[in-house]
Design a protein around this ligand. Structure first.
Ligand code: UD1
Length: 424
């Protein structure tokens, strides 16, 4: 078992550089299947989700070399269309190989993706969109069997019922090799979509409108054979997590290699909570107050709204604010596994009957306890709570946190936190 042992009460201060974004690198690695030449990825985060995705790439025939934060992917001689089950079951983002391999080999078989348990509707938009482009998809015994029809993949006009990040990425990747024009309406607008589009354009794809609600792809139906290098954008959620860590510990930190405008959906709430923030071109500085102020009401929304991936960290921070705050989760059902764990540390959080709204009455201090991470951001929120708490906290199941943070214990130690990763 892997766990963090954290002694709380240390004030975080200092400077830290932020690495590449998990949610950007995962779709880009799937998109790399379209390249029949070498792909070089710089600023590639060494997180376990990247390592699992590399296993998929190697499992289908690519050779890779991962040195520090540079990943080299060498083209496959024979690309397999069978994605190894064990990787897919661990990670929801493995569904992105569906669009990539359909486009590249005309076929793909993969287990239904794992990761968070998000209910049955979780990939209907991916499937419907790919079918509109001519794919034939059937499900048998928790496995998806997909192939292209006789006429291959064709451009289509697809209107998403909801601007799903993953569905937008899957369709974007497939569309660059479909015949003719594809229009994705109600597309997700997250910065990671723009990064994926930039990567695909370097390969030779023709894409307009990425980052807006309408993306137009001029499918080329040709093979891409171009040695390309791409630098992954900084991880705005890792940056946000460390800003909240500083906010909760009366800290004073500077984060470099960030894009401050991408942090605005949540830094505006940190300002409201009494933090003093200063943004420069590629950095952001936060100076925390003695006691955080309540935030009123926060509602998670699609980009550029407040990120669902920062919800748990804000629940932790508002647990020690001066008054009552409220956060409503609207993107995922049941994203609340951090609540019972934070309660063990003395947080006063009430869940409404639909379990989507958290009413948080700030307490003066949290106290150390034995808690367990149940998913990635739940784990991050518990680490933050532990840094601010009195006494010692054990956060079990650190492997969830390691999916999305490259050595969180080293980063926080460098800022003065007392946190150790233990393998017991
Ligand atoms: C991505 C991010 C994740 C983030 C989420 C929302 C990656 C690797 N992960 O996940 O960190 O929390 O965006 O910002 O980038 N849905 C359907 N049908 C579908 C697809 C989605 O109903 O076909 C629903 C989901 O159940 C969920 C909501 O749409 O309730 C959001 O999902 P989506 O935007 O697709 O998130 P992911 O791409 O899985």
């Amino acid at each position: 078992m892997r766990q963090y042992r954290i002694r709380g009460g240390k004030r975080l201060s200092g400077e830290l550089s932020i690495g590449g974004a998990k949610n950007s690198v995962l779709p880009i690695l799937a998109a790399a299947c379209l390249n029949e030449s070498e792909t070089i990825i710089h600023n590639c985060p060494r997180i376990s989700d990247t390592l699992e995705t590399i296993k998929i790439l190697e499992g289908i025939g690519f050779r890779t070399e991962f040195l520090e934060n540079t990943l080299k992917i060498y083209p496959a001689k024979d690309l397999s269309h069978e994605i190894p089950d064990e990787c897919v079951k661990k990670m929801r983002s493995s569904i992105l190989f569906m669009g990539a391999l359909l486009a590249q080999t005309g076929k793909v078989n993969l287990a239904l993706p794992g990761g968070c348990n998000l209910g049955e509707r979780a990939i209907n938009l991916h499937i419907r969109g790919l079918e509109a482009m001519g794919a034939k998809i059937c499900e048998e015994e928790k496995k998806l069997f997909c192939k292209i029809g006789e006429n291959g993949l064709n451009g289509a006009k697809i209107k998403l019922d909801f601007p799903s990040v993953g569905a937008t990425e899957n369709l974007l990747i497939a569309a660059v090799k479909a015949k003719g024009e594809t229009v994705i309406e109600n597309a997700a607008r997250e910065p990671e979509i723009s990064d994926l589009a930039l990567f695909l354009k370097k390969l030779g794809a023709e894409i307009r409108g990425a980052g807006t609600g309408t993306i137009i792809i001029n499918g080329t139906n040709k093979n891409f054979r171009k040695k390309i290098a791409h630098e992954i954008i900084p991880d705005r959620i890792v940056a946000g997590t460390y800003l909240v860590a500083a906010a909760m510990t009366t800290g004073d930190i500077k984060l470099t290699n960030v894009r401050p405008f991408e942090l605005a959906p949540f830094t505006m709430y940190l300002s409201e909570m009494g933090c003093n923030l200063r943004a420069e071109e590629n950095s952001v500085t936060l100076h925390a107050p003695k006691r955080l102020k309540a935030a009123g009401r926060i509602i998670t929304k699609v980009h550029p709204g407040f990120l669902t991936d920062m919800q748990a960290q804000f629940v932790a921070a508002l647990s020690i604010a001066d008054k009552r705050s409220e956060i409503t989760e609207t993107i995922f059902e049941g994203r609340n596994s951090h609540v019972p764990e934070l309660r063990k540390m003395g947080a006063n959080i009430h869940l409404t009957a639909d379990k989507q709204t958290f009413e948080i009455d700030g307490v003066e201090r949290l106290r150390g306890a034995n808690v367990a991470a149940h998913d990635l951001r739940c784990g991050a929120a518990l680490v933050l709570a532990a840094l601010s708490a009195d006494g010692e906290t054990i956060v079990q199941n650190s492997e969830f946190v390691e999916r999305g943070y490259e050595s969180i214990e080293k980063d926080l130690t460098s800022l003065g936190g007392d946190i150790k990763l233990e393998i017991v």
